[in-house]
Ligand binder design. Structure first.
Ligand SMILES: [Zn+2]
Length: 204
């Protein structure tokens, strides 16, 4: 068993979250990946899933994100915090984990960007002014203001180089966070969290 398998076999998702001081009594917590005002992240025994932004993973990726450590370092910390004996002679696997983590970050980023674009395209049709003299709907205005910009971001992940993708993830966290926040606000009352086009419009 390697260190990741050992953590998976021994530490539940709730135990991992509690190790970092997060209250898990209700089974739902505030998402650690997006600016979450009401708990959107559900903790299952062996994984987490955010109904707001779609983030998902296991106890190790959770711990890595909370602490900013690599997955390997986070797994070691979960081992020692939960009393699992860690065999320090196991093969050095850090570089492999790092590539995996980069790919995961890109997959997550692209999903957030493309979901937000889908939502903006939907709003462009759904909330277009009924008459020329009616004031613009705020969602229609947001679509006008943001869609071109976010389609360019999507293109970084569709046709950009590896370096461009890495730069985007490193430097444009603000753009990602904003898209995640907007998705979350419109997904919040949609328990399936799957179909952007079917999202109910929130009041106000
Ligand atoms: Zn989230």
């Amino acid at each position: 068993m390697n260190i990741f398998e050992r953590v998976r076999a021994s530490v539940t998702m709730k135990q991992a979250a509690e190790l970092y001081g997060i209250d898990t009594k209700r089974g739902m917590i505030n998402c650690i990946f997006h600016n979450d005002k009401t708990p959107s992240m559900k903790l299952y025994d062996d994984h987490y899933f955010c109904f707001g932004c779609g983030a998902h993973g296991d106890a190790v990726s959770f711990a890595a994100h909370v602490t900013g450590m690599s997955q390997y370092e986070a797994a070691k910390q979960l081992c020692s915090a939960s009393g699992i004996v860690h065999n320090s002679n196991e093969p050095f696997i850090k570089p492999m984990i790092k590539r995996e983590s980069q790919r995961e970050q890109e997959t997550n980023a692209f999903r957030i960007l493309s979901d937000y674009c889908k939502m903006l395209r939907d709003w462009r049709e759904r909330y277009k002014p009924a008459r020329p003299d009616s004031g613009p709907d705020p969602l229609f205005a947001e679509s006008l203001a943001k869609l071109d910009e976010y389609e360019q971001y999507c293109n970084v992940f569709i046709s950009g180089t590896e370096e461009e993708r890495r730069d985007f993830i490193g430097n444009r966290k603000d753009a990602l966070d904003y898209a995640g926040k907007r998705l979350s606000e419109y997904y919040r009352n949609d328990s399936s969290g799957q179909t952007v086009g079917a999202c109910p419009r929130m009041a106000g």
